[in-house]
Ligand binder design. Sequence first.
Ligand code: APR
Length: 240
Amino acid sequence: MKRTIVIFSGAGLSAESGIPTFRDADGVWEQHRIEDVATPEAWRRNKQLVLEFYAMRFHKAQEVQPNPAHHAIAMLQKNFTVINITQNIDTLLERAGCTSVWHLHGRIDFQKCEHHYSLQFLDEFFPACDFSSQIFKPIKLGDTCPKCALQLRPDVVWFGEPVDMRENELFSLQKEADIFIGIGTSAQVYPAAGLLSVFRYTKEKYFIDPKPAYEVLNGFSVLQGTASEQMPKLAESLLR
Ligand code: APR
């Protein structure tokens, strides 16, 4: 029976691939205001600006390659059941060969109808539309839902929208996990960051980050450094 590793990742995992993080110096939120590009109100106010922001992120995600940390995580699948729970909307883990990736904040290469679970910001009541599909080029203004003819939007979670934390699966995973690894997250955004305490009873816990958020890392073995430095070393020691 393979032992189970749960890996919770944030933007730092993809930083060395060339995708900027959010809160580091010259991060995404220094270039763009969250209120202008990543909230339902921003969407209602200026769909074009939101679509331009995600088109830029779509192209960026396509240009870059998985880094040694993504490949090291994929390598662990040889001897372990590896469940990735990521806040990242890129698909670098999948492109490195990871087969189980939960995208808590959605995926940059998926679109959905603007009425998909978006009722909370529409005054009038509409039946939520469940249309969602993979995209191979950025969404444009005028791209409409084939089911209800409304504008299509990025299938990502904006600030103020609900996150599907898959509580039931998380509850059983919490019991199954033999090892928990946190990598490249400032652990500032809930409910995702709550995962660090969901797995607090996991016997073996590691955290990889050049600037670890020590205040939330009680009981963790902190491996201070970048993902590409530390993840391959950790994977090698676990595969020994
Ligand atoms: N290797 C590992 N970690 C790194 C690296 C690197 N090369 N470079 C930076 N980091 C770390 C930073 O020290 C920081 O702890 O990655 C983390 C990035 O933190 P954030 O920019 O806050 O990104 P993240 O934690 O993923 O943000 C969570 O917030 O804005 C929302 O939806 C967005 O999913 C995102 C969520």
